[in-house]
Ligand binder design. Structure first.
Ligand code: FAD
Length: 393
């Protein structure tokens, strides 16, 4: 008989089915014989809503890590390597990605643009090449990945389910509900609850209010975007001001293009504001005049009116920012009603808002990033913490 390690079959519950929860659940599942369940209020196949940020991402992989933030650099680069492989021609997830040229224009002096030099085809541009953007004082170009979030999230869910993962829909108020009642508390099962051996918390902005986590350092950074039908756009562009991409254009494989954006701290408004849409289109057109249909550009100077017929959707999402950056950490919590029985909780949520990092000394040691571009790196880090906790158990 095979020698089965005693960690086999441990019952791991991941709370959250955004890009972080799905990637983490997959990494834990693919490690071996853990039995993994994702419990969440919202899943990728649901309609877009303000409580599920992942649907609203751009989403491109363009590093935001500072020169001294080695941990964030590591999370982003690991994720890029995995996604680059996933996006390879003929690969099973190729259709979720567009490998595309990217140009970043800097309106302020960048501390270290060479931090992006790990991207394929990286090069600094000479002044004539960025003269077309009046605000630019320098620019770089490289190749990167643009992700189509709805397609990619659905692919992740399908990958998890097809390998035996289980999902349960529930909105929980306190982690104690899961620890005491197991999944049976939510599925109406009559059998005795199967004990939960570990919880992984990937609830994004939900970490602010989830009992047992109650992390008031988590707050929203609202982002509004416009989705256009513009299949003639092949490359991405960003205008970066003080390390933050103020205006960005992200073409996707399906011929649509995200034009963004805004980054407003502590703004909870759940709907696209019409005046912001116009402002985004004005900035987008200034940075990327080719957004207008070629037939218009052949005849005259395009205006925002020429972009309006291309609009598919105006939307907004709440990025789960966190003072102190992403939380990848483990702790032990007692199972209710049994003081002596403790289980590990692994946290994997939040990100560091670069603007805040730049202006706050308390954040210089933080690590974090935008969720898609750190997702596999933080999933692997969470797995390491989980296995470390089980080893001590
Ligand atoms: C406009 C915009 C552009 C962006 N562009 C990029 C980009 O280009 N690149 C990039 O990498 N990132 C980008 N991001 C950031 C990225 O979208 C987020 O970092 C990422 O989606 C966060 O994922 P998450 O899984 O932590 O959270 P979410 O996607 O919000 O998922 C949270 C999950 O937790 C569940 N949950 C929460 N509370 C509870 C509860 N109490 N009970 C049960 N379930 C619960 C929810 O139902 C959901 O399933 C962008 C975001 C926005 C808004």
């Amino acid at each position: 008989m095979a020698n089965i390690p005693d960690i086999n079959g441990k019952n791991v519950v991941v709370i959250g089915a955004g890009v972080i929860g799905l990637s983490t659940a997959i990494k834990v599942q693919e490690r071996g014989d853990y039995s993994v369940t994702i419990l969440a209020e919202t899943f990728p196949t649901d309609a877009k809503c303000i409580k599920y940020t992942s649907h609203w991402a751009g989403a491109h992989h363009v590093s935001t890590a500072g020169a001294d933030d080695l941990r964030l650099q590591n999370l982003e680069r690991k994720t890029f390597d995995i996604m680059w492989e996933m996006s390879a021609p003929g690969g099973e997830a190729e259709g979720c990605f567009l490998r595309a040229p990217q140009t970043d224009y800097y309106a302020t002096k960048e501390e270290n643009p060479d931090l992006l030099s790990f991207y394929p085809d990286f090069r600094r541009l000479e002044a004539p090449a960025y003269a077309c953007v009046p605000e630019a004082v320098s620019a770089v170009s490289f190749s990167t990945l643009n992700i189509n979030p709805p397609a990619y999230l659905t692919y992740l869910l399908a990958r998890f389910l097809s390998r035996g993962g289980r999902i349960v829909r529930a909105s929980i108020q306190h982690v104690a509900e899961v620890l005491e009642g197991g999944m049976e508390a939510f599925t109406g099962g009559k059998s005795k609850a199967r004990p939960v051996d570990a919880l992984i918390i990937c609830v994004g902005l939900g970490a602010r209010t989830l009992g047992g986590v109650d992390d008031k350092d988590v707050y929203p950074v609202r982002g509004q975007t416009v989705l256009l039908q513009a299949p003639w756009i092949e490359g991405g562009r960003s205008l970066v001001v003080e390390s933050v991409a103020k205006t960005y254009i992200v073409p996707r494989r399906d011929g649509t293009v995200i034009v963004g954006g805004t980054k407003v701290e502590n703004d909870w408004f759940p709907k696209a504001r019409p005046e912001t849409t116009i402002n985004i289109l004005e900035r987008g057109l200034a940075l990327y005049p080719e957004l207008a249909p070629p037939s218009v550009r052949d005849e005259r100077e395009p205006t925002v009116e020429d972009l309006k017929p291309l609009i598919i959707e105006e939307g907004c999402g709440l990025r789960p920012a966190r003072k102190g950056g992403i939380r990848i950490q483990s702790e032990w919590i007692a199972v209710p009603g049994s003081e002596s029985h403790v289980v590990p909780i692994i946290h994997n949520y939040g990100y560091d808002f670069p603007q805040r990092r730049k202006h706050s000394l308390s954040c210089t040691d933080s690590h974090g990033g935008y969720g898609f571009q750190t997702s596999w790196g933080s999933a692997l880090a969470a797995l390491t913490l989980l296995e470390g906790a089980f080893a001590k158990d």
